[in-house]
Design a protein around this ligand. Structure first.
Ligand code: HEM
Length: 371
């Protein structure tokens, strides 16, 4: 509603100064932000109700007395004391739960934090010492088609889902130490339940789209002999010149295969956790949780490296994934073998603009798609 009002206002000020017009055009974002703030306040009221500890006890453990807990703990089984899952053969309280808790809280959480935090520190250090990798030669201004609209959409959807899952996952693991103390129980209750819902529902969507992305990229990521040389030369950091690379270089292939192995293990263990109604026992769930957390934290750390290389780390990479086209010089320096295959298809900026105009009016740009 807010943004609609502002859009009308914007169209009524064509004679305003450009900065004022730009200000109005950005106002819709403020509108959305305000809506989110109002929605959060509304949700926090629900959370306040949930944070009432007396009421929580009544709903969490209705009518269970200390005697009954003692009976459960004693190992005695009975209709009321068994695990609710049909194939479990142990009691509601069991020592494997404590082992899981110890592994999660004493090992996975702290080492996960060290891995992700350490990666951020290494990237920052690398940036300050080595800096951005600029192109050696000037740009030619001629463009090569690299990523189709479908692949770009797929990449950015998978990336957005991954980042949302990483943030909500980190919140599930560490959030209470930060946000609970910062904002109090009410806001924290809202944050953690929102994180859990988002994480549980977006996980399977991410899993399915990741498989599609991996299948579409498989052909370009088959390991080749020259990839070994790429690693020996640290992707161009060690020695002189650029190592050979096809459509995907050694580093991209490593990222691909990490996603195709550890990524799929994280997805599979996530499915085990998301759908406990398929008969898996509590031990299976506990192991799935540990495997899921270790894999996801490792992937998050490596994803930070990928994001750095794809943005500030390397001049010219991001434009391929945003516009679909890369400069000839970038292709020659970073993917020389691919460049040799497609160099005849280089287009001037005007031709690219014409192609884009053609495609937005129903034309087909896929004719120049190299792979
Ligand atoms: C803000 C976050 C991200 C940025 C800025 C980014 C950037 C990029 C860029 C620029 C490329 C193209 C490199 C080239 O043309 O050679 C690329 C490729 C790719 N990205 Fe991302 N990315 C992000 C997040 C992610 C995430 C989270 C995933 C997976 C979970 C991912 C998976 C991939 C894959 C599989 C490729 C193809 C590499 C290959 O050919 O093997 N990206 N990314």
């Amino acid at each position: 509603m807010t943004s609609m009002t502002i859009t009308t206002t914007t169209s009524q000020v064509p004679s305003q100064a450009p900065w004022l017009r730009a200000f109005f055009q950005r106002c819709w974002r403020v509108g959305i932000l305000l809506l989110l703030v109002v929605a959060s306040l509304g949700m926090s009221q629900l959370a306040v109700a949930q944070a009432d500890t007396d009421r929580e006890m009544v709903t969490a453990a209705p009518g269970i007395s200390a005697d009954q807990w003692r009976q459960v703990r004693s190992g005695e089984t009975g209709p009321n004391y068994r695990d609710s899952r049909f194939d479990s053969n142990y009691n509601l309280i069991n020592s494997s739960g404590e082992t899981w808790r110890q592994i999660r809280n004493r090992w996975v959480s702290p080492f996960g934090l060290i891995t992700v935090g350490g990666m951020i520190a290494v990237i920052a250090l690398f940036y300050f010492i080595v800096g951005r990798k600029h192109l050696d030669e000037p740009r030619t201004g001629r463009k090569l088609f690299r990523w189709s609209l479908l692949m770009r959409s797929l990449h950015w959807t998978v990336a957005t889902l991954f980042i949302t899952l990483a943030l909500t996952g980190l919140n599930l693991l560490f959030g209470k130490f930060v946000f609970r103390t910062l904002f109090g129980d009410a806001v924290w209750a809202w944050m953690i339940s929102a994180s859990k819902v988002l994480h549980n529902y977006l996980g399977p969507v991410f899993g399915i789209l990741l498989v599609v992305l991996l299948l579409k990229l498989l052909k370009d990521n088959i390991p080749k002999k020259h990839d070994l040389q790429w690693f020996k030369m640290g992707g161009g950091l060690v020695g002189k010149g650029h190592p050979d690379a096809g459509f995907a270089n050694g580093g991209e292939k490593a990222w691909y295969w990490l996603l195709a192995t550890a990524g799929l293990v994280v997805v599979a263990s996530g499915f085990v956790l998301d759908f406990p109604n398929y008969g898996q026992g509590r031990d299976t769930m506990q192991w799935a949780n540990i495997i899921h957390a270790v894999g996801a934290l490792g992937l998050t750390a490596v994803a930070l490296g990928h994001i750095y290389i794809g943005t500030v780390g390397t001049e010219g990479s991001l434009e391929g994934m945003t516009t679909g086209y890369v400069d000839e010089t970038w292709a020659k320096e970073h993917h020389n073998l691919w460049y040799e295959e497609v160099k005849d298809q280089a287009l001037s900026e005007e031709e690219v603009a014409a192609q884009k105009a053609g495609s937005s009016s129903g034309g087909d740009v896929s004719a120049t798609k190299p792979s």
